[in-house]
Design a protein around this ligand. Structure first.
Ligand SMILES: Nc1ncnc2c1ncn2[C@@H]1O[C@H](COP(=O)(O)OP(=O)(O)O)[C@@H](O)[C@H]1O
Ligand SMILES: [Mg+2]
Length: 330
């Protein structure tokens, strides 16, 4: 059994404008030492999906099951979730400034994260540990950087400081939500290298979320492509990039320069997919991608199930055009 096993996750928000259906029945998992990439356009439900697991969406309604080391996070109480967040699951967000307090030196904030997890550790030892963690996260001259305030650091160093903080309790799973969206291409590649190295050295499970298939290409063992709060396609990295089945995945791939796919992402967009994403306030029956799909059929008015692609039981796609194991596609 995988470290994290999410089954049929649903997340919705009650708003004055109506119910927002952010995640509509999503299943995925990740094992120790493995990386899952979650990809999709803005608004697909990527962040809501992982934040719901950690109890970070107080107003949300959730359904389904999310077993972490055998325990269901969706039924856990606030106290237990707080312990999980400061412990076995670490999280890194897009904007490192949002995760750092502007008025304290970064070393002190990391030392506090160390002490929160291990109250018995002395202040001096916690400070030393913070410097070790900064070094581990690839911050050069970590003793000097520990004394710096967040705004004195470059974007790349701030993201490294935030990763150091997430590593403080020795998490078994690290979730990085758009960890490189605010960084330029060179720094982005360095941060992705760092995540890969930390995963390998520490045997952590890693979930990397991005709107860019290029970002997860060099890192993920498995990729989940989300559209309109659901899985459009899921599979091993190589089968998914080499034989994409869902027209949405193909559209996303066509919008990433192929060089970027293997250099860790970024760069100019090629052909964006025309048309707007679906409105999560008003989910329509049938395939959510239908209005933008160049291959839509009458049958697409019915919800396509997520089915295995012929020849690869671990590669699944939700599209009527996919030839299933019984060869029942068109
Ligand atoms: N707290 C919230 N209240 C109402 N709607 C929300 C809230 N958080 C997210 N949403 C909506 O849920 C949908 C999915 O959002 P999100 O998970 O942030 O997408 P992604 O991370 O894929 O860009 C969006 O339509 C967003 O506006
Ligand atoms: Mg997001």
């Amino acid at each position: 059994m995988a470290l994290l096993e999410v089954t049929d996750l649903r997340v919705s928000f009650d708003t004055p404008q109506g119910v927002v259906h952010a995640v509509r029945g999503l299943s995925f998992g990740v094992g120790e030492g493995r990386t899952l990439g979650i990809v999709g356009e803005s608004g697909a439900g990527k962040s809501a999906g992982v934040q719901a697991l950690l109890g970070l969406l107080p107003g949300a309604r959730t359904g389904g099951r999310a077993l972490f080391a055998g325990r269901d996070l969706l039924t856990a109480g606030e106290k237990e979730l707080r312990r999980v967040r400061g412990g076995r699951i670490g999280m890194v967000f897009q904007d490192p400034l949002a995760g750092l307090h502007p008025l304290y030196p970064v070393g002190r904030q990391i030392a506090e994260a160390v002490r929160a997890h291990d109250p018995g550790i002395g202040r001096r030892r916690a400070r030393e540990r913070a410097i070790e963690l900064l070094a581990l996260a690839g911050v050069p001259d970590p003793a000097r950087r520990a004394a710096a305030y967040p705004h004195r650091l470059s974007g790349g160093l701030r993201q490294r400081a935030l990763i150091a903080m997430a590593l403080a309790p020795g998490p078994r799973l690290l979730i990085a939500d758009e960890p490189t969206a605010a960084l330029d291409a060179t720094v982005r590649a360095q941060i992705l290298d760092l995540l890969r190295r930390l995963r390998d050295e520490r045997g952590m499970a890693l979930i990397v979320i991005s709107h860019d298939l290029g970002v997860v290409a060099g890192l993920a063992d498995e990729v989940l492509v989300m559209y309109g709060g659901k899985a459009a396609e899921r599979g091993g990295r190589h089968p998914l990039y080499r034989r994409p089945q869902h027209p949405y995945t193909r559209g996303l791939l066509a919008s990433v320069p192929s060089a970027a796919l293997f250099a860790g992402g970024g760069g100019a967009r090629l052909r964006p997919i025309p048309g707007p994403p679906p409105d999560p306030r008003d989910p329509q029956p049938g395939c959510a991608f239908r209005p933008r799909c160049p291959h839509a059929l009458a049958r697409c008015g019915e919800d396509p199930p997520l089915v295995p692609v012929a020849g690869d039981p671990a590669h699944l796609a939700a599209c009527w055009l996919v030839r299933g194991p019984e060869g029942d596609g068109p």
